[in-house]
Write a protein that binds this ligand. Structure first.
Ligand code: COA
Length: 349
């Protein structure tokens, strides 16, 4: 790891920056005195601003340590200090950091913490070289789990009676992101359709419905499918997708806008080895963006997510077949035409 300490990060709506002692009144007013915030935390609301100031003094002294990451979350529009996010409990043996956060209740439900968490995860994995980012929440605090899910983390399991908070003993639901799973995200590139931000992530067996919906749209792209055909596609997806995702020889990347499926790409890693020198080869297929979301780079993002995962798994080459119309998009990702309509990307470059 290459520890940098707490440096300023910016997101579309937020500035994540170091705390200063002058922040005590805003921090006290915004969240350290707010009993709603501490319901599932291990500390109680601060009785006075002096209490907050004393805590801050300790935090500020710790900034000298480059392994300390603790940001104040400021609204870019108003400069209001609305919460905090930190990475702690590092384990250098496995390049681990654990993230915690809180936000004044006045600002809940507007996606601010998801935005902050995504930015911190990206920073830790990309810049600091952390391999595993972890976060945990009490099952009675589902909003926090939702933030972790929306930030692209994967749920791993629940430890029973594993922490104590203001409610007493609590279970801990554990989520993580590993470095290779870092999904690229690009700002919308304009064009038709909604400008809402897209979340791009790898599908799990739980995404069967979303993936089936997009596969039906893809399969019906040349004409409407009748009920029997739709049932056959749905049944085939249900029969194979969850098992193949679990088995690891299929990767599916999903883009969602407003939590609705918007684009998909499938990468078949069906163990086509061409001997030891070439290594495993992937085949990309079923790449599809819903018509309402075209023109903003979602297909490219889901394909890129598949490629990131392919690289992580040691895949050496990815093949696909694409129409002349679609080939420029793949060319932008580094694919080279071979014999039309085939294209190939060598991941060992
Ligand atoms: C958890 C917390 C950080 C969320 O911040 P936030 O900015 O409101 O989060 P976001 O707006 O990005 O996302 C919250 C999500 O939780 C959902 N949510 C809220 N209450 C929920 C509930 N009771 N059950 C299920 N989901 C809930 C929201 O609908 C939203 O999801 P959506 O975008 O799909 O609708 C904030 O509530 C907080 O600071 N709580 C107190 C401190 C805390 O619990 N910290 C985490 C300890 S692990």
């Amino acid at each position: 790891m290459c520890e940098t300490g707490t440096v300023t990060l910016t997101t579309p709506r937020l500035t994540l920056r170091r705390f200063t002692l002058d922040d005590a009144p805003a921090m006290y007013a915004s969240w350290t005195s707010d009993p709603k915030v501490t319901t599932y935390l291990s500390w109680s609301p601060h009785p006075s601003v002096q209490h907050t100031r004393a805590l801050l003094a300790g935090w500020i002294a710790e900034y000298a340590d480059p392994t300390v990451y603790r940001w104040g979350i400021e609204l870019a529009s108003s400069g209001d200090l609305i919460g905090s996010i930190d990475a702690r409990n590092s384990d250098p043996a496995i390049d681990l950091k654990e993230i915690g956060y809180c936000l004044g209740s006045r600002w809940w439900g507007r996606g601010y913490m998801t935005e902050a968490l995504r930015s911190v995860i990206t920073y830790l994995l990309d810049r600091v070289g952390v391999n595993r980012v972890e976060a945990a929440h009490d099952p009675r605090n589902p909003a926090s789990g939702r933030v972790m899910a929306k930030a692209g983390m994967r749920y791993e399991g629940t430890l029973r009676a594993a922490h104590r908070n203001s409610q007493g003993l609590g279970d801990s639901m554990i989520w993580s992101t590993l470095r290779g799973e870092l999904l690229p995200s690009e700002p919308p590139s304009g064009g038709a359709g909604s400008d809402a931000p897209a979340t791009v992530r790898l599908a799990t067996p739980d995404d069967l419905d979303a993936v089936t919906e997009l596969r039906l749209a893809f399969t019906g792209r040349f004409g409407t499918l009748d009920a029997e055909q739709r049932a056959a596609v749905a049944a085939d997806t249900a029969d194979h997708l969850p098992d193949r995702l679990r088995g690891g020889d299929l990767v599916v990347a999903l883009a969602e806008v407003d939590d609705r499926p918007a684009a998909v790409a499938w990468l078949d890693l069906g163990l086509r080895f061409l001997g030891r020198t070439v290594g495993p080869i992937g085949t990309l297929f079923n790449v599809w963006t819903e018509p309402d979301h075209r023109g903003r780079g979602l297909s490219r993002q889901v394909v890129r997510a598949c490629l990131v995962e392919a690289r992580r798994r040691g895949v050496r080459r990815v093949d696909l077949r694409a129409t002349a119309q679609a080939q420029p998009m793949y060319a932008r990702l580094g694919f080279r035409p071979t014999v039309y309509p085939a294209m190939r990307l060598d991941l060992t470059d």
